[in-house]
Design a binder for this molecule. Structure first.
Ligand code: GDP
Length: 545
């Protein structure tokens, strides 16, 4: 937050300082873990909103963050949820940090985009419901982070409710995903009686007690009191002693924060929190500012690093087409990798070599879709009517660069698609190619099925809805979608394909990028085939399966 409590436009300070004060991250979580509540709590701490409430769902409260989300939804484009930018000034600092929170769409709109977002961030916050522990969607997103080497900060949420014991949750994290949790703060008071946080020093010694006071319904920032360990002991007694002992136990097993190990993705700093009561939210912001990496260099297709100080370049990580026929606008979201972006600058689209004018560049600031004039590495900018752009594409000025494509992620939903009327076949073909190149779905083909009924593969079923809606709205082709009974894909090769095709519950396809995929009805079928035919090539696809 800035001193004045407002999101003031940054004063020009030069590129290196702009890069250094930026933090770009995403929250990875399972539905209901509290991502919306946490987002709102962060906005509250950054003074973007004055009162939380809409998402907490308390009747009679002023509706806040979610009303603009609803507005954008009504327009068919969720711009606001793509990236939220706010300033935050840590206590004692004279720098306004710029925090970019890039949304990972979840719930029913979980899709390949959810994974692609993780190519645009420098860190992730893994948000866990204290009572539920690690859940499937969190695990999938975590695997993508691991694959990409993204450092992960863990937030254990809903500590205001009865849940597991604090150290048990940590064991679950290290045992199930091999990530060593290194708490920065431990809860004082058992789950359900959350009083405050013990701040752990470098060797696990209790260095401070942060006592929180609840506010009515958690609508405003919870007042914090800072006490010394002795004062904490006198104030809290047993719960404090327990927390201090737990901290020592963790040190004895080497679970202290180590910046190098954190950046290498081997350990994860942990914060216990209640997003609803705004407990631990400031500590999360502090941690992001202190420990999460600022935007850094990125390797291009030849392996050469482009540093943040190089001329402007950016990677497109998401393209959204208005599903509403009245709104044909297509928005391409890019993450800036190097240099300064100025609206109106003409950039080169690396994939086509064509110039691209950036007159219509948007960002989200507070409640509005606002025109962005200047942006820096780590920032997310939306480009309007960006018809040629697809996820993974590169934009640059001056010094040519092309970044590696975003990998396709392991699909789990499969369906055939055909035009209802044979007369529309030509449009249908064209539309499929277009949607395929945009990365809306993965398109699989084999000789047996032919070209008229390609198989669509998706990470989330909403991708199919987007395809059928756009087929109808944009290409005027009515389609028929039929789900296929496959749930799992593995990468295989031409040698293994004939044997796999002979198996029951398996079908082999070639994806547009040339990768040969075998689809399986379920994991038992896959396991059986792996056992019976150990020589077949069957590799997991990127990270998620
Ligand atoms: P999302 O699906 O991850 O965005 O989760 P929401 O933010 O919508 O929260 C899901 C539910 O959990 C809502 O009923 C929230 O009020 C509740 N919730 C979120 N954070 C907390 C918390 O810290 N404590 C408690 N007790 N409930 C919470």
């Amino acid at each position: 937050m800035s001193e004045s409590g407002e999101n003031v436009a940054p004063t020009p300070r030069g590129l290196p300082a702009e890069v250094a004060r930026r933090r770009t991250f995403a929250v990875i979580s399972h539905p209901d873990a509290g991502k919306s509540t946490l987002t709102e709590a962060l906005a509250l701490h950054a003074r973007m909103i004055s009162e939380a409430g809409a998402i907490h769902g308390k009747a009679g409260r002023k509706s806040t963050v979610s009303d603009w989300m609803e507005m954008e939804k009504a327009r068919g484009i969720s711009v606001s949820s793509t990236a939220l930018q706010f300033n935050y000034r840590a206590a004692g600092s004279d720098i306004d940090n710029v925090i970019n929170l890039v949304d990972t769409p979840g719930h029913s709109d979980f899709s390949e985009d959810t994974y692609r977002v993780l190519t645009a961030v420098d860190a992730a916050v893994m948000l866990i419901d204290a009572a539920k522990g690690l859940e499937p969607q969190t695990l999938k997103l975590f695997q993508v982070c691991r694959h990409r080497g993204i450092p992960v900060i863990t937030v254990i949420n809903k500590w205001d409710r009865p849940g597991q014991a604090p150290l048990e949750l940590l064991d679950e994290i290290s045992e199930r995903i091999g990530l060593t949790p290194t708490p920065l703060f431990l809860p004082v008071g058992i789950a359900g009686d959350f009083r405050g946080l013990l701040r752990r020093g470098p060797e696990g010694e209790a260095s401070e007690y942060i006592h929180f006071t609840r506010t009515a319904g958690g609508a405003t920032i919870a007042p914090e009191e800072y006490l010394t360990p002795d004062e904490a002991q006198a104030r809290e007694g047993e719960p404090w002693t327990t927390a201090a002992e737990e901290s020592e136990l963790l040190s004895a097993t080497g679970q202290d924060h180590d910046q190098e190990m954190f950046l290498a993705g081997q350990t994860s700093p942990v914060i216990y929190a209640s997003a609803m009561l705004n407990f631990g939210v400031r500590q999360l912001l502090e941690t992001l500012v202190e420990l999460a990496p600022a935007p850094g260099s990125r390797a291009d297709v030849t392996g050469k690093e482009r540093t943040t100080g190089d001329p402007f370049s950016a990677v497109v990580f998401k393209v959204q087409a208005g599903m509403d026929t009245a709104h044909r606008d297509r928005l391409a979201f890019m993450r800036i990798v190097s240099g300064e972006f100025e609206r109106g600058m003409v950039v080169t689209h690396a994939q086509t070599g064509r110039p691209f004018a950036t007159k219509y560049a948007l960002t989200v600031f507070g409640r509005e879709r606002t025109t962005v004039d200047t942006a820096y590495p780590g920032d997310v900018v939306g480009l309007v009517n960006a018809t040629a752009l697809a996820p993974g594409h590169t934009l640059f000025v001056e010094k040519k660069v092309e970044y590696p494509p975003i990998p396709s992620f392991a699909p789990e939903h499969f369906a055939t698609l055909r035009a209802r009327s044979a007369g529309k076949y030509k449009q249908f073909r064209k539309a499929i190619d277009q949607l395929d190149s945009e990365g809306v779905v993965q398109v699989l083909r084999n000789d047996a099925r032919g070209d008229a009924t390609p198989v669509l593969a998706a990470v989330g079923p909403m991708q199919f809805e987007v395809v059928t809606a756009r087929m109808q709205g944009e290409f005027n082709v009515e389609t028929q979608l039929d789900f296929l009974p496959f749930t799992l894909a593995r990468r295989t090769d031409a040698e293994s394909a004939p044997e796999l095709d002979r198996q029951r519950g398996v079908e082999v396809f070639t994806r547009t990028d040339g990768v040969v995929l075998a689809l399986f009805s379920d994991k038992w079928r896959l396991q059986y085939i792996e056992k019976e035919h150990p020589n077949l090539t069957l590799e997991p696809l990127v990270a998620t399966a």
